[in-house]
Design a protein around this ligand. Structure first.
Ligand SMILES: Cc1cc2nc3c(=O)[nH]c(=O)nc-3n(C[C@H](O)[C@H](O)[C@H](O)COP(=O)(O)OP(=O)(O)OC[C@H]3O[C@@H](n4cnc5c(N)ncnc54)[C@H](O)[C@@H]3O)c2cc1C
Length: 459
């Protein structure tokens, strides 16, 4: 029976924790609750057939870098039973009643009220509705659920031409995946360069060149007008004409999925994400939230941001779950390190590049360097371009962007910690670094970029 429990003297011992959502946020929360209070009763409801798989790996199975979907599962269902986490698959939570502390769950047409002591909302994201005619046609692929991805993977075998809609992070990954798969791939985006909301044009230029070498046809400054077809998509209509295709991969930006929380009366912030405090507690005491459904302050601007990554969702879930079970953990403001493979390059950064800083009106000083990833004589050496942004006056690092062949993720993680801890361009200019011919050059590109910033200030 769902929610069976004992109450001792008014306070729930052990607490009944209900988690809505089985993504990175929800599974992090379930694990966090069990870690904090092994005796807690932890119940997860998810609409999906599975939990504990990595959606992040899906583009790489489509691109054939990974052999099969099976390897994307991180644990089997029995592992959760063993851990004492009660997961209800294909079970939708239809409503939350904050006053009565219950959720209404729906399975196979049946509805029942389930009581909780503490609730974690981890309902994640939806792709933004493209809002154009033809959005209900077949052949439009929204990459998310692994079972659906397995079906779409079979469809890809018979696709010769595909259009990726929007050069978002997922759009970049799917573009590279489809062209690796041997499909004629078109990418459309209304902005002047890919990932323009986040990345600077000089960071994306090598990616665009490498896509062209791989055969990707990019249509920038090109708006989506509609999907054309009769039941099934046969073309994508753009501001520049029609692009015939058998498949359109819709990679619009991520929006918080907060219908349930909004209907319950939880506070929603300016981004559409749930407002939480540093304990990941919502506006209602005893109700926590984590993952892509929340918004959090950015550590440099204090502006709320939303729709971060799976690693953020998981870490937030751990904090929310631990606190729901009686713990007292904090989740710090975010600096958002990011990195990914795009075409033949890795790109990444932290906080802002020049474009985003300028758009937000954040003053900065800047340094840039084109270094190398290994000793210049070592086979496989690649260019590593690093741009660093510092706060005028203090020279504290506030952002970075990079493109290179390797080591971008590690630099992004390092630089995020540098921003968080107040490291300056002066510190970075004279940093210690590893020199080992196969893995690192004598001159670390980060140090070169910081030296460049200092010399620009002196000139
Ligand atoms: C294709 C793809 C690639 C990605 N690549 C990366 C990557 O490279 N790196 C990275 O860090 N992250 C990546 N992500 C992660 C992603 O961008 C999100 O940050 C992450 O999925 C957020 O996790 P979440 O738990 O907040 O939400 P979601 O993953 O959206 O999970 C939401 C959960 O809530 C459930 N749910 C929603 N409403 C209800 C309801 N009413 N009742 C019951 N259950 C409900 C759903 O069934 C689901 O289990 C990728 C995701 C995808 C899909």
């Amino acid at each position: 029976m769902i929610g069976e429990h004992h109450r001792i003297g008014g306070f729930p011992v052990p607490p009944r924790v209900i988690v809505v959502g089985g993504g990175a946020g929800g599974i992090g929360a379930a694990g966090g609750a069990k870690q904090a209070a092994p005796e807690a009763s932890v119940t997860v409801f998810t609409e999906f057939e599975d939990v504990a798989y990595s959606p992040c790996g899906i583009p790489y199975v489509h691109g054939r870098e990974i052999d099969d979907f099976a390897s994307l599962f991180l644990a089997d269902k029995e592992a959760y039973v063993q851990a004492g986490i009660d997961i209800h698959y294909q079970t939708r939570v239809a409503a939350i009643d904050l006053d009565r502390q219950t959720v209404r769950v729906a399975t196979d047409g049946d509805e029942q009220e389930v009581p909780y002591d503490r609730l974690v909302v981890a309902t994640g994201f939806d792709y933004a509705d493209p809002g154009v005619p033809g959005s209900d046609l077949g052949g439009l692929y929204y990459v998310k659920n692994i079972r659906q991805a397995m079906e779409w993977d079979k469809v890809l075998d018979s696709v010769s031409r595909a259009v990726v809609v929007e050069a978002s992070p997922l759009g970049l990954e799917m573009t590279t995946a489809l062209v690796h798969r041997g499909i004629e791939t078109h990418l459309i985006d209304p902005r002047p360069w890919p990932l323009a909301d986040v990345a600077d044009p000089d960071i994306m230029a090598p990616v665009e060149e490498s896509w062209a070498e791989l055969g990707v046809i990019t249509h920038l400054n090109t708006k989506l007008v509609g999907f054309v077809g009769d039941g099934q998509v046969r073309a994508v209509a753009t501001s520049d004409g029609e692009l015939p295709c058998e498949l359109a991969v819709v990679c619009t930006h991520k929006q918080p999925n907060n219908m349930l929380a909004r209907a319950a009366g939880l506070d929603i912030g300016s981004t559409g994400g749930l407002v939480v405090d540093e304990r990941m507690e919502t506006s209602h005491s005893g109700v926590f939230a984590a993952g892509d459904c929340v918004e959090l302050p950015h550590g440099v601007t204090w502006v709320p941001v939303q729709g971060l990554s799976g690693s953020h969702a998981y870490a937030q879930g751990k904090v929310a779950g631990a606190n729901a079970a009686g713990g007292n953990r904090r989740y710090a403001p975010v600096y958002v390190p990011w990195a990914m493979v795009a075409g033949k390059w890795m790109i990444g950064g932290v906080s802002f590049g020049e474009t985003l800083a300028s758009a937000l009106g954040i003053p900065y000083v800047m340094g840039v360097a084109d270094g190398i990833s290994r000793a210049r004589y070592y086979p496989g050496v690649r260019k590593t371009r690093v741009k660093l942004l510092g706060e005028p006056g203090t020279l504290r690092l506030i952002g970075a962007q990079m493109v290179g062949g390797e080591g971008i993720k590690e630099r992004a993680d390092f630089l995020a910690m540098a921003v968080r801890t107040g490291v300056t361009l002066e510190d970075l200019a004279w940093m210690e670094n590893v020199y080992s011919p196969p893995i690192g050059a004598l001159n670390e590109p980060i140090a070169l970029a910081a030296q460049n910033a200092l010399s620009r200030l002196q000139s």
